[in-house]
Design a protein around this ligand. Structure first.
Ligand SMILES: [Zn+2]
Length: 307
């Protein structure tokens, strides 16, 4: 298919890992990330030439694109955002709120999502891994932000990625299981997801999570794609599955409601505002629309901020 959002994603930006020791970060083009928010304008990342780099608390080498180096800068000045109050359109926007705008920009948006996800993930990792897990000494970033080294014992610490599984389950009538989690906004419904535990395969995690959250047993569990999910450090591993069950039995704590819906029902629920699905650009939305057989239109205007 020609739509880059509907196929397994090829690597878009060359990470050029061999250049992490040698790239000239001062001469790179920079995107800006601070506290999980990215400098964006009109649904695209803003790119700053070297002369416009803010003073950096942290710089991460993102790779090479069209003969130029790309980096992410975490500004040293916490009031950096004050200089971007929307005049000219540039402002700091959370990655979650950018998923849908990115999705509207096709291949360029997919490239921005890749760079933005990397920048947000690395910023969060540095912010929470400032000390050596072995000896407790303060660590320092090396390898252009891809490693933290302990000066006391020389140990190198690498960025963490915590896998989580997400699964689109259909029953024998080809209805999709939609669930509501207790901590979501009231009308948010999506497919089931959960973290992989140590010692599990992804498929085993799918079976366990679905059983715990809905009391449903699965057949035909099959891999369907993945998406970085740096909130703060995950990758979502997507699956499809079938079940003989016709209804769910939720725990009432983590998941408060779950039921199978037909295509006609989901269209009506979304149109009436009774159900708010995950945003376009998320793997949850992609799996739901893959089952549905095409895009599902959200009622306008939606709750999300205009970016
Ligand atoms: Zn140490």
């Amino acid at each position: 298919m020609s739509d880059p959002w509907s196929r397994p994603d090829p690597l878009i930006v060359d990470r050029a890992t061999e250049l992490r020791d040698s790239a000239d970060l001062d001469a790179a083009t920079a995107i800006v990330v601070t506290e999980g928010r990215l400098l964006a304008s009109a649904g695209r990342l803003v790119e700053l030439p070297p002369a416009e780099h803010p003073e950096a608390r942290l710089r991460v080498y993102l790779g090479r694109e069209n003969g130029r180096d790309l980096i992410a800068i975490v500004p040293a000045d916490p009031s950096f955002a004050d200089g971007y109050d929307g005049i000219g359109g540039e402002r700091l926007v959370g990655l979650r709120d950018l998923l849908q705008p990115f999705a509207a920009h096709g291949a360029e948006g997919l490239r921005d999502r890749e760079l933005g996800s990397t920048a947000v993930a690395l910023e969060a990792w540095h912010a929470s891994h400032g000390h050596c897990a072995r000896c407790g000494a303060a660590t320092e970033p090396v390898k252009a932000g891809w490693v933290r080294r302990c000066p006391a014992d020389g140990r190198e610490h690498y960025p963490r990625v915590d896998p989580a599984v997400i699964v689109a389950i259909v029953d024998e009538a080809d209805r999709l299981l939609l669930a509501h989690a207790a901590h979501w906004s009231p009308k948010r419904f999506s497919i089931l997801a959960g973290y992989v535990e140590p010692g599990e395969t992804f498929e085993q995690a799918v079976h366990r999570e679905v059983w715990e959250e809905s009391g449903i047993e699965l057949t035909h569990v099959a891999y369907a794609g993945s998406q970085p999910w740096p909130f703060p450090a995950s990758v979502m591993v997507g699956f499809t599955a079938r079940t003989d069950a016709t209804e769910a039995s939720v725990d009432g704590e983590e998941i408060t409601e779950a039921r199978f819906v037909s295509r006609e029902e989901i269209i009506a629920l979304v149109a009436d505002g009774e159900v708010v699905l995950a945003p376009h650009g998320s793997i949850a939305r992609r799996l739901i629309e893959s089952w549905f057989g095409g895009p599902i239109t959200d009622p306008a205007p939606d709750e999300r901020i205009d970016v």
